[in-house]
Design a protein. Structure first.
Length: 150
């Protein structure tokens, strides 16, 4: 919903203002955007998302932190790119990246976890997929769709 008032350059307010208001109100989490996925964007926009996420996780007087959330076309093939840019302290909402798996929701959830595990272990997801069939199927299905602006 924030895109309705934060994405249009002719009206609206800055997402950083929204982030500050949510944090001041005690919000537990806030969807801040994505650096990779169908809602990713140009380098300038990615830098803004990173700055907002860093603000939410950083010191702000004595106010508790707020967990950044990303979604929008996220599937196992772009998890490592997303986490490389946004860090591992982020919630990833991957509805279609789980439910859209060619073998069903359970396999999709397993593939998503496998992609995260590969990143956390420092193993390229394509290498990790040689051992995990769910991840392999997800990569064969999606590839790296939505990774770039193309």
């Amino acid at each position: 919903m924030h895109a309705a008032f934060t994405r249009n350059p002719y009206h609206g307010i800055s997402m950083m203002v929204v982030a500050k208001l949510v944090r001041l109100a005690g919000g537990d989490q806030l969807h801040t955007g994505t650096a990779a996925g169908k809602m990713g964007g140009k380098e300038k926009k990615v830098k803004k998302v990173v700055a907002i996420n860093n603000f939410l996780r950083g010191k702000f007087y004595d106010i508790k932190t707020t967990f950044p959330v990303a979604s929008g076309g996220i599937h196992p093939g772009i998890v490592s790119a997303k986490m490389l840019i946004l860090g591992k302290d982020i919630a990833i909402q991957a509805g279609s990246g789980i439910h859209g798996h060619p073998w069903g929701t359970r396999a999709g959830a397993m593939a998503m976890r496998q992609a995260i595990d590969a990143f956390l272990k420092g193993i390229p997801f394509t290498e990790y997929a040689k051992t995990y069939k769910e991840l392999k199927a997800a990569i064969e299905y999606w590839g790296e769709r939505f990774l770039s602006e193309k």
